[in-house]
Structures are given as C-alpha cells and as structure tokens.
Design a protein around this ligand. Structure first.
Ligand SMILES: Nc1nc2c(ncn2[C@@H]2O[C@H](COP(=O)(O)OP(=O)(O)OP(=O)(O)O)[C@@H](O)[C@H]2O)c(=O)[nH]1
Length: 393
C-alpha cells in the first residue's frame, strides 16, 4: 500500500479543519510496519506464546480449553479502507439528511421577526427532544435570550453565527479527542502495543465499531490485531474475524463458546507484544450495566490484559437512538472499566445527537468517534465544528 498520498491528503484536511480529534488518527510520518497488511502477502503464522493459565486471576484455576487460536486473514481479497479525510464531509451530509435537523428547526424559530414566549418554549422543546438535557438546555436558552436582546441579533446570518457559537461552546471543543494508539516501550525494553478495549450494552455497535476502527488504523498505516473477547456468541467472533480478514488483520479468538473472555483479551495483547503490533483492539460482549456479574467480568478483562499492557483507550459504545438511557450506562461503565472515550453510533438515523452534550458533561469523557451508518467506513473522528455545521445544515 502506498502510504504517501494518504499522509498528504489526511494532513491537508487536518490543517483545514484544525481539529484535534482527527489528529490522533493521523499518521504524520511513515511508520515502521511490523506486519504487511496491505501488500497481499502472508504474515508469519505463529501460535500465541502466552498460556491461558497466565490469564487467570491470581488464585483462580485457569479454564481448560480457553486457549485462543488465531484466525489468519485471507490475504488475497484485501480491501482498501476509505481515507479518514473524506469522512468528515460525509458526516455533514448524513447529519443534514437525518430526520429533521435540529439546527434547521432552531434557526427557523430564531429568525422570526419578534420572538414571543411561545417561540422560546418551542426552542426549549426542540433542544429537549434532541436530548441536549435540561441543564444544558436552560444554559443555552439563557445565553441566547440575552444575546438576542442585548445585541439585537435579527439578521439570519448573524442568528446562525450566534447559534453556531453557542452550540460549539456546549460541546466543549477544548476536550482532548485524540485516540491513543501509539505503542510504547516498557522500562525493560519490551514493546507494548496500544490496547483499545471496546465496551457497552448489547447491540450498540461494538463489533461493528471495532471492525471500522481497524480499517481506520490500517488506512493510517498501523499494524493491528483484533481480540474477540465476546465469547458468549460464536457468531460475534466470526463477525469480527470477517471484519479483520477484509483488511488483512488477524483475529485472536477462542473456539469454545463461553470461554473466559479475559483469557482471550490476554492472548490478543500478548500477541501484540510478541509481534510488535501497534494496536490491539479488543471487542467485548454486550452487557447490561445493572448485572453485577457481567460488570465484574469486565473489570477482570481490564485487570488480566493489563498484566501485559494496560488499555490506553477504553471506548464506550453508545447508541444515539436510545438517548437518555445511554447516560446511566455510561456512568456504570466508567466506574468499572475507566472509560476514556465515547463512540456514539447510529447518528445517521436520529435527531437525538444532543446526547453528546449530556454524556460529556456527566462523565467529563469526550465523544471521540461517531458512527454514521452500516457501511464499513461509516466511522469518523468527532469534530465539534464539523458536527455543529452538520446539524445546522
Ligand atoms: N445505522 C447504523 N447502524 C449501525 C451503526 N453502527 C452499528 N450499526 C448496526 O447496529 C447493529 C448492531 O451492531 P453490532 O456491532 O453487532 O453490535 P454489538 O454491540 O457488537 O452487539 P452485541 O455483541 O450483541 O452486544 C448492526 O446491524 C450494525 O450494522 C451506525 O453507526 N449506524
């Protein structure tokens, strides 16, 4: 794969949008590749060196049969993931087309000749319906009312600029949205891959996000290994393996349904260490935040895989269409797994994007990625300015 055009295109867009969010996904220099993922050549077949026993919690017996064989990708059908750059443009397009855009409705009310109390009530209702949340909605309304009154803003272009700056402020552009995907070196010189753990409740889009993220990383020139720690459903590991195969990324998995997910995560991270892989992406099973056993298991996945390398990112996948529900999920996951970023999926089909504001406020954790559709490259870095321009249409 010729990486140079990628670098030029992505760098140009990073300069254009000036967004910190995309910076973490951009490879600014040609990276050392420890594994050819784009050239259609075979990788070295290697059995995982770590034993499942090592993955057991101290004092617990290792599970028999929990070993995690690796599915090597089929190398002759590799796809070329879409560049990260084009996704920002597509985001605006999808947001503008989804449902009836919040921004357009707000602008139409704000542009009326003289704003009555009914008009302000309508604006409030629109914001609440979009899941912006009661507190942020009140803040936004007060600020808008004052500025409209004090500055006498009436001209449509000026109203749009005012609303735009208020929405940008609400989304906290200062938050660091960089994805930490740089490998590190331990004190003893051991290569440590960057580990990204993907967590969330059932059906939010975790496996799809891992697959899409692998493509983003491959497009940016990173070497990647996937860990199928969703051992409840064999189909989940198959699904992940298929995602990996499409871009030449191997998947570490267990052939036994119900195997210890912590063991699989451990094996995947150990393989990343042994093969000097840049990033290990670990998919976990969907779990309800109110099921203590499942949440304990998640804590164990974090602890056990940290014996090789601690996660540099724990991404909580939230379905934007479920709105407020996502909040209570987010709180519990943050407690158990130390969430470092939110992935908001299915934004293409909802006018409830306001949940971004609430989640960030509640947790102080930034939205880092957004899902814009079911297509393989429908995942984009979250960029505040682009997002607001998208909802303003
Ligand atoms: N429209 C749309 N659909 C999405 C998006 N992300 C994921 N999906 C769909 O959501 C469904 C569930 O996705 P999965 O990745 O299987 O979800 P999961 O969280 O891994 O599911 P469990 O393992 O059962 O918990 C699939 O049909 C995906 O195609 C998105 O951004 N937009």
């Amino acid at each position: 794969m010729n990486e140079l055009p990628w670098i030029e295109i992505i760098s140009a867009v990073a300069v254009l949008v000036g967004g910190g969010g995309i910076a973490g996904l951009v490879v600014a220099r040609r990276r050392r590749r420890t594994q050819d993922q784009g050239g259609g050549q075979a990788t070295v077949e290697r059995e995982p060196t770590a034993k499942p026993e090592e993955a057991a919690e101290p004092g617990t017996a290792a599970e028999p049969g929990a070993a995690a064989p690796t599915r090597e990708p089929a190398r002759d059908v590799l796809e070329k993931p879409a560049p990260t750059a084009g996704r920002l443009v597509r985001l605006r397009d999808r947001l503008a087309r989804s449902g009836s855009p919040l921004g357009a409705r707000l602008l139409s009310v704000l542009s009326r000749d003289s704003l009555t109390e009914d008009d302000w009530d309508e604006i409030e209702e629109e914001l609440l319906l979009a899941d912006v949340g009661a507190g942020p909605t009140t803040e936004l309304l007060e600020s808008l009312r004052t500025k409209v009154r004090v500055l006498g803003v009436r001209e449509p272009g000026a109203v749009r600029d005012l609303l735009r700056s208020e929405l940008v402020a609400l989304l906290d552009p200062a938050l660091d949205r960089t994805l930490r995907t740089e490998p590190t070196t331990a004190e003893d010189g051991t290569h440590l891959p960057a580990v990204t753990l993907v967590v969330g409740v059932n059906g939010t889009g975790k496996t799809t996000t891992v697959g899409k993220l692998a493509r983003v990383l491959v497009a940016d020139g990173r070497s990647v290994v996937l860990g199928a720690a969703d051992t409840f459903r064999a189909a989940a590991a198959d699904q992940l393996t298929t995602w990996g195969n499409r871009v030449g990324v191997p998947t570490v998995r267990s052939d036994r349904e119900g195997a210890d997910p912590a063991s699989v995560a451990f094996e995947a991270v150990a393989r990343g260490r042994d093969e000097k892989i840049d990033v290990v992406l670990v998919d976990t099973a969907g779990r309800l935040q109110n099921k203590a056993g499942l949440m304990d298991e998640l804590g164990k996945i974090v602890r056990v895989s940290s014996k090789v390398a601690a996660p540099s990112e724990v991404l909580l996948v939230l379905d934007a269409t479920t709105g407020q529900n996502g909040l209570s999920q987010a709180r519990v996951f943050a407690e158990v797994a130390g969430v470092t970023g939110i992935v908001l999926t299915k934004l293409d089909g909802t006018a409830k994007g306001g949940i971004v504001v609430q989640v960030q406020r509640e947790l102080g954790v930034p939205v880092k990625l957004i899902g814009l559709g079911e297509g393989p490259d429908d995942l984009a870095p979250f960029d505040v300015d682009e997002f607001v321009d998208g909802i303003l249409g």
